[in-house]
Design a binder for this molecule. Sequence first.
Ligand SMILES: O=C(O)CCC(=O)c1ccccc1C(=O)O
Ligand SMILES: [Mg+2]
Length: 339
Amino acid sequence: MIYTFKFRPYRRRFVRTVSTSHGKWDIRDGIIVRLTDESGRVGWGEIAPISWFGSETIEQALDFCRQLPAEITDETIFSIPDELPACQFGFESAQEGVGRWGNGEIGGTNVQWPMPNAPCPMPHAQFSALLPAGEAALNQWESLWQQGYRTFKWKIGVDAIANELKIFELLARTLPAISKLRLDANGGLNYEEANLWLWTCDNLQANRELNPEIEFIEQPLPVEQFPGMLELSMCYGTAIALDESVATLKQLIACYQQGWRGIFVIKPGIIGSPSRLRKFCQENQIEAVFSSVFESAIGRQAALQLAAELSQNHRAIGFGIDHFFEQEHTWLQSLWKTL
Ligand SMILES: O=C(O)CCC(=O)c1ccccc1C(=O)O
Ligand SMILES: [Mg+2]
């Protein structure tokens, strides 16, 4: 199959700054990809790298798109190197999506426009909502609760541990006991701090009827300290989820082979080839939690499709939708006009 290929870089500002142990993040840079097959059917894809997380940079992704010819084939798509995992995802999901996008009308013309024709592929999905870091979490959870969220994620390893433990205690006391809380350190703790967090969580779980369930701590230690996380996972009742350590499929397979049987956070947007992820998940039963990379509705559609196919558990998926960017719909429409 031959496809006409077009792409368009974008830049969007988050409604609220995202704070992690890596610092502040205000702007999401990405690339929208459009493939048109010989019969005129269109497929949309999104490349949304996070280089500090282990994917290629936006510049590398742009260089790759720029050197491609105006017509590409399946072979082009399936031979994108592993060094460009966000590109593998963007192109492969665009290719898989050819013909699956809805018709709409913009300015009186009928178009295959970049909105999914199916609603969310997970009608009964439970989504997790990201709380703001620090004390702001204490004022924010309630409006998210009213929107229907029951699982929350709070970033730790951003401020001094003593301050965060105080806020955590307040947060745990305020959140309804039927809610779930995930803590995400983004690799920002040292071994002692990770022990202290896990110990605190275990203690809190001794009073389960009074407190929310602490579902897991995500990536407590830096990627290089895999043995430390393996050890910690055997010492506490509170679970550990690997995230940065399993950013790409190659890393995920390496952690699995080194004996990790805890939770794997899968960010489809940067993991690499969706078809190879599918194959791995079908051959190996892993406990996966799917999560966003703050992509637009285009990348989200493909990521949720994969989550629907591959997650075989009760865990909420980390796509706090509709509160990261403003005016998604308008943005998508204007984007269509330029492609
Ligand atoms: O996983 C979620 O619940 C939301 C997404 C999220 O936290 C995230 C989004 C972009 C980059 C890194 C991360 C992260 O999990 O560390
Ligand atoms: Mg994380």
